[in-house]
Design a protein around this ligand. Structure first.
Ligand SMILES: CC(=O)SCCNC(=O)CCNC(=O)[C@H](O)C(C)(C)COP(=O)(O)OP(=O)(O)OC[C@H]1O[C@@H](n2cnc3c(N)ncnc32)[C@H](O)[C@@H]1OP(=O)(O)O
Ligand SMILES: O=C([O-])CC(=O)C(=O)O
Length: 447
């Protein structure tokens, strides 16, 4: 039998506990009294087409409206940035304040943020074997492999798994142990990410944590990048945290955790999905597309004509324009807009930003003319790499790791609530092509 580490108490956890206890009757009532109420129907197109738009997942952490974009706990991105307590001397909130907000739905007071910051620091002890695991991989492994392997290697630390095997597992208390793992994971993952960066690209020269700094500032410090990279980090991690629960990384994490796999197993799996070029890896694809384009220009100025030609060349070669399109969004992603506003304020003359803006002027029209993509507008990935590039992170295969640090916040808040509300193992039903053909001939499924 494993040793169970007792969970700690804090005002965040106490608040969360109250919220969970108040929330549970809502879920119970929906299940018991309204369980058979129909909320959607599924077409053949949806069954073959990646369950697009099928309403069959529940999360209260964030909601994505196709035209408005993401709301975290009911608040738009500008509202979140305006209302959460800011980091000292910064116009952006701390990631710690945002973590409190995602978990509880409440805007924390400054005192509550201080408490989360103190607890965050206590949880930052990454076991040394994590670095050994990363070093044991071939050095040219993709940084996402390193991040996923590093996270997975920490599974032996899981308090949830120890609790599960303790012989006193109780469904009502399980969330407390999931919360412990979730909080440990979000506190440790920035350190692993910065380690990967400096191991791979900075001659294995590392910068230790500064215990006086908040998470965003500490990340900038460990990366070795001066201000305003602390604000870039805070903004980036908050923006990338969550996008309701159907996206590949969040859904994978939720699915794996639904088998009562712990946070480390679940998030390592989620990261593997994030590493796909149609999902999180699109941010590195955007930069490599731009670099390839500039190489072809051979020093000539980018303009609407040559950008248009390059976009058409990409489409005619049967490739996607990275950073454009979305499975749910039907307008410019507000995460794109938030980053664009940062660029307009801090780096308006950056040549790469100007090029990204030029692409924004022409790509939607071209995608509309091309006529395939349901959404011709840019997503978050079209604007994130250029900021990293500007502040010196030019190794674009690292960009998805940054996404992975941010996405940990949303996925970890989600799986804590999954256990709190007792969501069961996820297991949708599959059918065969022959069945679809039969139902098609009959004008719908009859039995
Ligand atoms: C953080 C994120 O994950 S945001 C998304 C990041 N990914 C990218 O930016 C990659 C480029 N974009 C895409 O590949 C897609 O728009 C996705 C994967 C994001 C969404 O996919 P879907 O929901 O299937 O998009 P949609 O229904 O509009 O696809 C219809 C067709 O348009 C094509 N299409 C969609 N977006 C693009 C694009 N950016 N460039 C070219 N073609 C596109 C699809 O490939 C598909 O073609 P097909 O019928 O030949 O298979
Ligand atoms: O919502 C999606 O499918 C993809 C996305 O933008 C994200 O996960 O951030």
């Amino acid at each position: 039998m494993s040793t169970v580490k007792e969970t700690v108490t804090s005002s965040l956890k106490e608040t969360l506990k109250q919220k969970i206890e108040a929330w549970r009757p809502r879920t119970t009532r929906l299940l018991k009294e309204f369980g058979k109420v129909v909320i959607d129907q599924v077409t053949i197109e949806q069954a073959i087409g990646g369950a697009r738009d099928v309403r069959c997942l529940v999360t209260d952490i964030s909601y994505l409206d196709p035209y408005e974009g993401i709301r975290f706990r009911g608040k738009t991105i500008p509202e979140v940035f305006a209302e959460l307590p800011k980091a000292r001397g910064s116009e952006y909130p701390t990631v710690e304040a945002f973590w409190y907000f995602l978990l509880t739905g409440d805007i924390p007071t400054q005192a509550q943020v201080e408490e989360v910051m103190a607890e965050w620091k206590q949880r930052q002890n990454v076991p040394s074997y994590v670095f050994d695991v990363i070093r044991a991989l071939p050095k040219d492994s993709h940084p996402m492999v390193m991040l996923s392997a590093g996270v997975l290697s920490m599974q032996r630390e899981s308090k949830f798994t120890a609790y599960y095997h303790s012989g006193r597992y109780n469904k009502l208390q399980a969330w407390e142990y999931m919360y412990e793992d979730a909080f440990d994971l979000v506190a440790r993952i920035p350190i692993i990410a910065a380690f990967i960066y400096r191991y791979k690209y900075k001659n294995d020269q590392h910068i230790p944590i500064d215990p006086n700094l908040d998470m965003g500032a500490n990340f900038a410090h460990m990366m070795g990048i001066p201000k305003p990279y602390d604000d870039v980090s805070r903004m980036y991690f908050i923006l990338h945290s969550d996008h309701e629960s159907g996206n590949v990384s969040a859904h994978t994490t939720h699915l794996v955790a639904s088998a009562l796999s712990d946070a480390y197993y679940a998030y390592s799996a989620g990261l593997n999905g994030l590493a796909g070029p149609l999902h999180g890896l699109a941010n590195q694809e955007v930069l490599s597309w731009i670099m390839e384009f500039q190489k072809k220009l051979g020093g000539a100025e980018p303009n609407k004509e040559n950008v248009s030609k390059a976009l058409w060349d990409t489409l005619n070669a049967g490739q996607v324009i990275p950073g454009y399109g979305h499975a749910v969004l039907r307008k410019t992603d507000p995460r794109y807009t938030a980053q664009r506003e940062f660029c307009l304020k801090h780096m308006p003359d950056d040549p790469l930003f100007k090029l990204v803006s030029l692409i924004y002027e022409v790509a939607p029209g071209i995608l509309m003319e091309h006529g395939k993509a349901k959404n011709p507008w840019p997503n978050v990935d079209a604007q994130s790499g250029v900021i990293q590039w500007h502040y010196g992170v030019r190794e674009w295969d690292f960009y998805t790791v940054l996404f992975g640090v941010g996405r940990a916040l949303g996925t970890m808040a989600n799986i804590t609530w999954d256990r709190a509300l007792g969501y069961p193992i996820e297991r949708p039903k599959s059918v065969t092509t022959e069945m679809l053909e039969q139902w098609a001939a009959e004008g719908g499924r009859k039995s």
